[in-house]
Design a protein around this ligand. Structure first.
Ligand SMILES: [Zn+2]
Length: 310
């Protein structure tokens, strides 16, 4: 069976800063009520370790073990939150291209841009697609903007022209970022105004999965990536979540994803692929439905010539 992971990142503190994981540790600490300095340090080191595979060599070996043919590497523009390391996005694009070239045929890259960069950001996106061969736009609204912000319209025009999708993070994230723009309905206006652009809601809406499912049901150009389901699996709610999507009639809108390396602590890539294959054995999904989620639906989010020509 063909398998495409539509949501992954290059594991490196250069692209996912330590502050990102430090926020998670703060949450674990707050919920556990007590954590001594030593425990905190151990936890910080664990997160540093999972976030250290800058050339994706470890990720490739996990993809091979799991039978994942291709993965989408999403670049995030954190400039307006974490500052200076993200000033030179072009260099970050170049480094991602190096990873793509190192493992021919295995990775697709999406350009990350914050719309507050204005025209320079639009140029950046265009350079990413045209010169680096990137095949989508990744947005991270918790950095402080709505995905329906008018400043993004020129970016969506570029996506429309090249026939590439937009994948936006949805749901709460590390506490150093804003949760104000993380609801699925934030995409609605953009999706309505740009019916030829396909929008993928990250993590199938995460904690707002019902709202996301309604959008996927009613808007032809809204899809859901199911990455982050690992949290539901840990709670024993994965089967129920997938049954919910099936009952909603939106199986053809679901894209398999893992959000590598974020959930590495919960299990390897093979384990997550097997969780999906087990859905077929449990008769929650048919073989055809499983195949579409694992790869078929991903191909459908490409609407035009760019991909056909590739
Ligand atoms: Zn992600």
């Amino acid at each position: 069976m063909d398998i495409v992971d539509c949501h992954a990142h290059v594991a490196s503190s250069r692209y996912i800063p330590d502050e990102f994981f430090d926020g998670w540790i703060e949450n674990i600490e707050a919920n556990a009520l007590s954590m001594n300095v030593r425990q905190r340090e151990v936890l910080a080191n664990v997160f540093r370790e999972i976030n250290n595979d800058p050339m994706c060599d470890e990720y490739i070996s996990q993809m091979d073990a799991a039978g994942i043919r291709r993965s989408v590497l999403l670049i995030i523009d954190f400039k307006y939150v974490y500052g200076e390391p993200f000033d030179d996005m072009l260099e970050i694009y170049r480094l991602h291209k190096e990873v793509v070239d190192r493992h021919p045929g295995r990775f697709i890259c999406y350009a990350g841009v914050d719309p507050r960069r204005g025209q320079a950001g639009v140029d950046l996106l265009q350079t990413g697609i045209r010169d680096f061969g990137f095949e989508g736009l990744k947005l991270y609204p918790p950095c402080g903007f709505s995905p329906s912000d008018e400043r993004l319209y020129p970016y969506y025009e570029v996506c429309e022209a090249y026939g590439v999708p937009v994948l936006s993070h949805i749901g709460p994230t590390t506490p150093s970022l804003s949760f104000s723009f993380s609801r699925p309905e934030g995409i609605d206006e953009a999706a309505r105004r740009f019916p030829k652009v396909n929008f993928v809601l990250g993590h199938a809406g995460s904690t707002h999965y019902q709202e996301a499912a309604v959008l996927a049901e009613y808007r032809p150009n809204i899809f859901l990536d199911v990455s982050g389901f690992q949290a539901a699996a840990r709670r024993g709610e994965f089967d129920a979540l997938m049954s919910f999507h099936k009952k909603q009639g939106i199986v053809n809108k679901l894209l398999f994803g893992t959000d590598w390396p974020i959930h590495r602590l919960l299990g390897n890539q093979k384990k997550w692929v097997q969780e999906f294959i087990a859905l077929q054995e449990k008769k929650i999904l048919s073989t055809g439905e499983l195949e579409r989620i694992m790869a078929g639906n991903f191909n459908r989010i490409y609407t035009s010539r760019l991909r056909c020509a590739a």
